[in-house]
Design a protein around this ligand. Structure first.
Ligand SMILES: [Zn+2]
Length: 359
């Protein structure tokens, strides 16, 4: 045995370590918010709470949560308008005198609660009013900045209380977008495996298996995803939670965010607000699945069955902007290597967008 070999053996000790943060309680179901006092009694986060909601979501559920808690807890409220540094600062100030936070609302409100909770070192409970993306449970938040939205690290909620009655009443477009976010796991995984083979990036087989299974179950149940149905809310929230757990296992968003997400973020920068997060990622996933040589028609038909858009036209976005977003995707998180980072040409990008309209 050469000296070199001995050195390799000596330095190759086991030194892996990973911190997996998960919510402690996850409650999904009919009239789940009525059980909030039980959840709080279980985790004992303190006596005073700041309830963060949006303008509309306060009417939908924020007031109900306040009514449920006001006799037993010292309750303060904060209405988060748009999510920016001014709102985050005001919310941080409002949370100073409280022990824990509850975010009652959609992605923006949950992200606000997540970021403030992280900054203040106080636990927060996520009470989503829509199943629009997997951020309701994950440890990452999207923060809009002047340069476009950025994904920032925070920590996951200590508990999630998803009331299927409330969620089923949200506009169907939001739920369809949440489904598209989960369906895009298919291509996120392919991108991760590509980065592993090509660049030696570490993968987690557990995270991949869970993320893939979640997308498969959702596609299998696509026919049950109907507007206004509580069962549909049940299926979608479970999928979003499962997707969030796969990210927690991975210790990153890799199992649920690949090239289709980079495309979605690039599109959001080029034409802010035109597409919901999941809608953009769903369309991105059809195109990146084609590039991976997979069954892109299956992705497209699953999205269509759920009621999510499959073409830029359905979102009133010019094709040219989508082509541009495909080409700019490589500038988003360049360290996250995906199929869109392999030298996509304008001609190929044009072809990808044309393909979306194919019968
Ligand atoms: Zn997503």
């Amino acid at each position: 045995m050469s000296t070199d070999t001995v050195q390799v053996l000596q330095s190759d000790g086991f030194n892996k370590s990973r911190w997996t943060q998960l919510p402690r309680d996850v409650l999904i179901g009919h009239q789940a918010i009525l059980q909030l006092p039980d959840i709080i009694a279980d985790i004992r986060p303190g006596r005073s709470v700041l309830i963060i909601s949006g303008g509309t979501t306060r009417e939908v559920a924020g007031n109900a949560v306040e009514d449920i808690l006001k006799d037993s807890y010292d309750v303060k409220r904060f209405v988060a308008g748009k999510l920016d540094t001014t709102t985050l600062e005001a919310c941080s100030q409002a949370s100073m005198s409280t022990d824990f936070l509850i975010g009652v609302g959609g992605g923006r409100v949950i992200d606000c609660a997540k970021i403030v909770s992280y900054k203040q070192g106080k636990p927060f409970i996520s009470v989503p009013t829509a199943a629009s993306h997997d951020g309701i449970i994950s440890g990452r938040a999207t923060l809009p900045t002047e340069a476009g939205s950025v994904s920032v690290g925070a920590h996951p909620p200590i508990a999630v209380v998803a009331d299927t009655g409330i969620i089923s009443q949200a506009p169907h477009r939001l739920m369809a977008s949440g489904c598209a976010d989960v369906i895009s796991n298919y291509t996120a995984i392919l991108d991760w495996e590509l980065a592993h083979r090509l660049r030696g990036e570490q993968i987690s087989e557990y995270a991949i298996a869970l993320s893939k299974m979640t997308a498969e179950i959702l596609v299998k149940d696509a026919n049950l995803i109907k507007p206004g149905q509580e069962e549909a809310a049940w299926i979608v929230v479970k999928a979003l939670v499962s997707s969030g757990v796969s990210m927690a296992i991975a210790g990153s968003s890799r199992p649920a965010s690949g090239g289709e997400h980079k495309f979605g973020h690039a599109l959001e920068r080029l034409i802010p607000g035109a597409a919901l997060h999941g809608e953009a990622c769903g369309i991105g996933s059809i195109m990146t699945m084609y590039l991976h040589g997979g069954d892109w028609r299956e992705i497209r038909s699953s999205l269509a069955r759920i009621g999510a858009p499959t073409t830029p036209k359905e979102l009133n976005i010019p094709d040219e902007i989508v082509i541009e977003a495909l080409l700019k995707a490589r500038d988003i998180r360049p360290e996250r290597y995906t199929i869109l980072d392999m030298g996509l040409t304008r001609e190929s990008a044009e072809h990808l967008v044309q393909m979306l309209y194919e019968a």
